[in-house]
Write a protein that binds this ligand. Structure first.
Ligand code: NIG
Ligand code: FE
Length: 438
């Protein structure tokens, strides 16, 4: 099966050599073939060239891009796509002045979603998640990660992961799953954190591993949730089952988790809205400045979490949709890039803190609010997203042999237009395994 795409105004390769990820300055720079054709064979990228030097004269199925650009599909490496019910009631409380934290303390938030999830059947969950996933693919997402974390019981967590695995069986895009039993402490363990951590390690992890339901493990390390020590215990225990970690860190507070996550070779650290930097530089990147300061002002001036990340192979996954929705600071993307970090972008799609799975909006927000160039945003949302779920050998750039999961845009002159004309649909076709997704 062959397919030819012709009249591509710009073919965005995203990388110029086979590499797992791009770090620092590399993100902003990738080759572009102007006025291109692209050939797909058996669902994979076969070859490409400039139209002026001749188009393969084959009688095969052809799509005329009519001056649209072609780029790899988005890789959304952080989502909570499987959930029951929605939480617009909490949103409305926030509009009336309540904070996300206050709502969570009243039994809302993650515990609210957990109650709904445990009451829902596997079939209901699958149906709702499948509808969401179908919509996301149409918006350009060609691979995704899905977390558990709204069960908080062994059965509930396994139910979520089974639904995610079933999505992987029935949908044509790669799907990775992450066990997030350590998302919040269930009410019955409110005063027995040690008991719940033990349950995660001794009961949930073995059960999840036995059925092969998870590719990774995650912990929400935050004040009022899991401590740095508890996070470490869970990461170490999960390693025994061959599960690497992808972690929720530094969303509201810098607790020192980054240093430990890097030391334990986390695959990715996600959120990073608040990271510690040498004192002098903190105010420069915290916008708007937080009152009162959340960092320990007595700490060593040289304690620089961006530098630690830049010196590591851990992917920094930034989630600007969450910052937009919760009105919290945006992660300091420029600082991370200056420090040579591997920056990825994802949606964090979930019913509480980021009820949108639109990667196009994420790429726009990365430019508008985090000052990433569109090229950096595209690299972060494709190749580096793929790296964050160990799929960059298959996806994330235009390379011979990679899966032909591609976006054909409407006629556009420059990549910047994608971020600039935010909130609009710029896509004409989404191709999955070389076929138009319908
Ligand atoms: O990534 N931060 C923790 N977990 C989710 C939000 C969960 C929720 O509010 O339901 C997040 O933002
Ligand atoms: Fe999340």
């Amino acid at each position: 099966m062959k397919l030819l795409i012709i009249n591509i105004s710009k073919l965005l390769h995203v990388e110029d050599q086979r590499r797992e990820y791009k770090r620092g300055q590399e993100l902003g720079d990738f080759p572009i073939t102007e006025n291109a054709w692209l050939m797909i064979e058996n669902g994979r990228i076969h070859s490409w060239g400039n139209m002026e030097f001749g188009v393969p004269a084959l009688k095969i199925k052809t799509i005329d891009a009519e001056g649209g650009m072609v780029l790899p599909t988005w890789v959304d490496s952080h989502t909570h796509l499987v959930y029951a019910g929605t939480r617009e009631d909490e949103f409305s409380k926030r509009l009336h002045g309540k904070s996300y934290e206050e709502i969570a303390n009243e039994g809302g938030g993650i515990l609210n979603s957990a109650k709904k999830l445990n009451a829902a059947s596997e079939e209901e969950l699958y149906e709702a998640a499948a509808n969401r996933l179908d919509e996301l693919i149409r918006m350009g997402t060609g691979a995704i990660e899905i977390k558990s974390g709204y069960g908080l019981t062994t059965e509930g967590e396994m139910k979520m992961l089974r639904v995610a695995r079933k999505l992987a069986d029935n949908f044509p895009i790669p799907i990775k799953t992450t066990f997030l039993g350590a998302h919040a402490f269930p009410a019955e363990y409110k005063d027995n954190h040690e008991g719940y951590v033990k349950k995660i390690i001794n009961e949930m992890l073995p059960a999840v591993a036995k059925e092969g339901l998870a590719d990774y493990v995650d912990v929400f390390c935050e004040k009022g949730y899991f401590s740095v020590g508890e996070m470490e215990e869970i990461i170490v225990a999960a390693k025994e089952y061959g599960l690497k970690s992808k972690l929720h860190l530094n969303q509201f507070n810098a607790l020192g988790a980054i240093e430990r996550a890097v030391a334990l070779e986390a695959l990715s650290v996600d959120h990073l809205e608040i990271i510690e930097a040498p004192q002098m530089e903190r105010e420069a990147y915290l916008s708007p400045p937080l009152e009162p300061p959340l960092w320990d002002v007595n700490r060593n001036e040289r304690y620089d979490e961006a530098e630690m990340l830049g010196n590591s192979n851990t992917v920094c996954t930034l989630l600007p949709g969450c910052s937009l929705f919760l009105e919290i600071p945006y992660a300091p993307a420029r600082r991370l890039i200056e420090n040579n970090a591997i920056v990825a972008l994802a949606t964090d799609y979930n019913p509480g803190s980021s009820p949108s799975g639109n990667m196009n909006l994420v790429v726009s927000l990365a430019s508008i609010k985090m000052k990433m160039t569109t090229e950096e945003g595209i690299s972060a949302a494709t190749l580096n997203g793929a790296a964050a779920i160990e799929l960059s050998h298959e996806l994330g750039s235009i390379e011979k042999g990679k899966l032909a999961n591609l976006i054909i845009t409407k006629p556009l002159n420059s990549p910047s237009f994608l971020a600039y004309n935010f909130g609009h649909n710029h896509f004409k076709h989404v191709l999955i395994n070389g076929e138009v997704y319908e």
